[in-house]
Write a protein that binds this ligand. Structure first.
Ligand code: FAD
Length: 409
């Protein structure tokens, strides 16, 4: 098959690799807007801190040559001509395909006045991250304001603090990573941030990025204007779907896919941050923009494009804070539990969210050794009511206690 993959992020390069492995006589063209080899955005902070490349370029040097794919950088897709089965690049070049995988990921979502001002930075792609960190490394930036208290804002704040920048996070909600962490777990993370010198300005609404001709500060809703050398937007991400207009491929927030990850157009699949796939728990369409979902979806989408009939089991919500100093893991969705069990000691905190006797979410800080056990029980939808409070108490995950108890039921 002549296949085209839009994107060489974790989803795109995994799809390309899967296509080559399962269809050695076919051809694969993989397109990316950026000038870099396939990389993992999740490894950017580590790369800029340590200079290490191995996890950033996670498929290794020369991955395109090794796989025998045609990888084209700075090739921006402007449209998809579904009738003629062609991808149309910005310069009107047309690339024909028999099968197509859309893995165009996500971009910064900054619905704030002045977000398009010159100098508003973000940490969503290597191109932007290189510009941002380049300024720090050249000694041009001693202070930074990050608008947005979600995962990327927090991860960037830790990197900047490690690079000696005086960082403040501005967040509308009153606790950090509010879409992922509950207040209790967030409080542990906030202590960690304070320990690393990151300042938090929470419960404060940023109104606009301001400055002429380039950005110099952030105006708050109460009229105050805060200034800094670096002004960063970390207000969320949005699937990259601009080029789908007029194609007939159905997309709302992200691209709609069925349980085989096929879009509304036969022979065109989507995977990764761009795809609105089913949530494993609720069954509702949702974008859980994390690396493992991108990779799993890419494998399923590529296999199905070649004729397999794999059903995607559903996207998981799972996050971990890698550079805080206190390990934190959050999984599942904390909405509408019928019970929440908590255990804490010192800086360690475990919270397990239950509904109808099954785990729907778990959050761990400090001692995170039970994370794998909770995840496994959650994904199996195991009835854990037999454990009672023991579920969160020390020793729960030791030995075969859990599995023996479940097997005996
Ligand atoms: C700072 C940061 C830290 C993160 N940390 C974690 C973490 O710890 N754990 C975790 O699980 N996840 C993490 N993530 C999320 C994870 O990186 C994403 O879920 C993952 O990168 C999604 O992969 P993707 O291939 O779908 O999209 P992306 O990685 O966004 O790649 C999209 C690709 O599509 C290309 N593209 C886009 N539009 C076009 C176009 N019009 N034409 C041609 N090509 C196009 C881009 O150039 C790129 O190659 C992090 C993300 C960031 C930004």
């Amino acid at each position: 098959m002549r296949a085209v993959v839009i994107g060489t992020g974790p989803a795109g390069i995994t799809a390309a690799e899967t296509l080559r492995a399962q269809d050695p006589s076919g051809s694969v063209v993989a397109l990316s807007t950026e000038p870099y080899p396939p990389y993992s955005p999740a490894a950017m902070a580590d790369h800029f801190l340590t200079g290490r490349d191995e996890t950033l370029y996670w498929k290794g040097d020369g991955v395109a040559e090794r796989l025998g794919i045609e990888e084209r950088r700075e090739a921006v897709v402007g449209a998809i001509d579904v009738d003629n089965r062609e991808v149309v690049l910005g310069d009107d070049e047309r690339i024909p395909f028999e099968g197509l995988i859309i893995a165009s990921g996500s971009r910064l979502h900054a619905p704030l006045e002045g977000a398009d001002l010159a100098g508003v930075l973000d940490f969503k792609s290597m191109r932007m991250a290189n510009g941002l960190i380049g300024r720090v490394k050249r000694g041009e930036a001693r202070t930074a304001l990050i608008v947005g208290n979600g995962f990327i804002g927090v991860e960037l704040s830790l990197l900047l603090a490690d690079l000696g920048v005086d960082v403040t996070i501005i967040g509308r909600r009153t606790w950090i990573m509010p879409r992922v962490l509950d207040r209790a777990t967030s409080a542990v993370a906030e202590q960690g941030l304070a320990h690393r010198g990151v300042k938090l300005l929470l419960g404060v609404e940023a109104d606009a990025f301001v400055g002429t001709p380039s950005v110099t500060g952030v105006r708050l809703q109460d009229g105050r204007v805060l200034e800094a050398d670096l002004i960063v937007a970390a207000t969320g991400v949005k699937p990259h779907i601009e080029f789908l207009g007029g194609s007939g491929i159905v997309a709302e927030w992200g691209v709609h896919v069925d349980d085989n990850l096929q879009t509304s157009v036969p022979g065109i699949y989507a995977a990764g941050d761009v795809a609105e796939a089913r949530d494993w728990l609720t069954g509702e369409r949702f974008v859980h923009a994390i690396f493992p979902n991108a990779v799993t979806q890419a494998r399923v989408a590529a296999s199905n494009l070649l004729g397999a009939k794999l059903t995607y089991e559903g996207a998981e919500a799972m996050n971990s804070l890698k550079h805080l100093g206190i390990p934190i893991v959050a999984m599942g969705t904390i909405d509408s539990p019928d019970d929440v069990l908590r255990w804490s000691s010192g800086q360690s905190l475990r919270s397990v969210y239950l509904r109808d006797g099954t785990i729907i979410a778990a959050q761990l800080a400090g001692d995170i050794r039970s994370a794998g056990v909770y995840r496994s029980l959650m994904l199996r939808r195991a009835d854990v009511s037999c454990f009672g409070r023991g579920l969160v108490e020390p020793g729960f995950d030791i030995g075969n206690v859990v599995w023996d108890a479940l097997a005996a039921r």
